[in-house]
Design a protein around this ligand. Sequence first.
Ligand code: LER
Ligand code: MN
Length: 277
Amino acid sequence: MFKYSYNSLVYYGEDVDTSVKRVAQFGYDALELYGEPLEYDPAHVRKLCSDHNITISSICSIYTAERDLASPDEKVRRDGIDYMKRVADLAAEVKCPVIIAAPTECTKLTPWHNPDEERKWAVESMRKGGEHAQSVGVNLAIEAWNRYETYFLNRIDQCLEFMKEVNLPNTGVMGDTFHMNIDEASIPDALRLAGKHLNHVHLADSNRAAPGKGHLDFVPIMQALKDIGYSGHLAFELLPAAADPFGTLKKGGGREFFDEYTEQAIGYMKEIEKKLK
Ligand code: LER
Ligand code: MN
């Protein structure tokens, strides 16, 4: 019923060939690429996808302090917009429908300037990047992150407000169950609120491990997605339980996030699907 994807961010240090083969082997529809466009050869990715009957569901943009769309520094905002354009171009080249967008650096916990002005800059920057994405046929999914990763958009209702201000037809919102577990009063209600504007989803359990390894109840979450007629991808975005998950991966930890969790995540959700009304 649903289309599944796996975010390659956790396949740290691996070539895209191996990642595509792994998700194909475990019955996925798609792979989510991490957002560093220079690391991919689009023609090669297209060929790999067609050889293994996989699509690219989405691109997980990486927003850093140098790419912050709300920065008081005009050059930083421009670099952020240019980055968004490059991610959109890669998406178009690999036939990927949606790229993740966020107004701030991931882990920016306080504004660097007057918050109202930051918001105005964020809206303007997102609109400029989004207009380019629209011109190459790509949609933006505005993602809410929990309070420990941004002060800006922590919940779906805030993303919907921001989306209205950006005011582009190719812009929607997305939920990530790891963040939602922290900052939404109810994950299913937030998904219902997003309704037709929901254009991407990240799935992870409460501890960011594969569903079934934490304490989230995925039945009402998936029921809400079914009830709103969600037709986009469900992409597992799983990361090691550490303050510095990439440090863990760099040291060779988190091996269960490769084969073991890739297999377990989709298997668990297919069982959940059987319980839906
Ligand atoms: C950040 O925690 C996150 O959820 C990612 O999707 C990064 O874009
Ligand atoms: Mn996410």
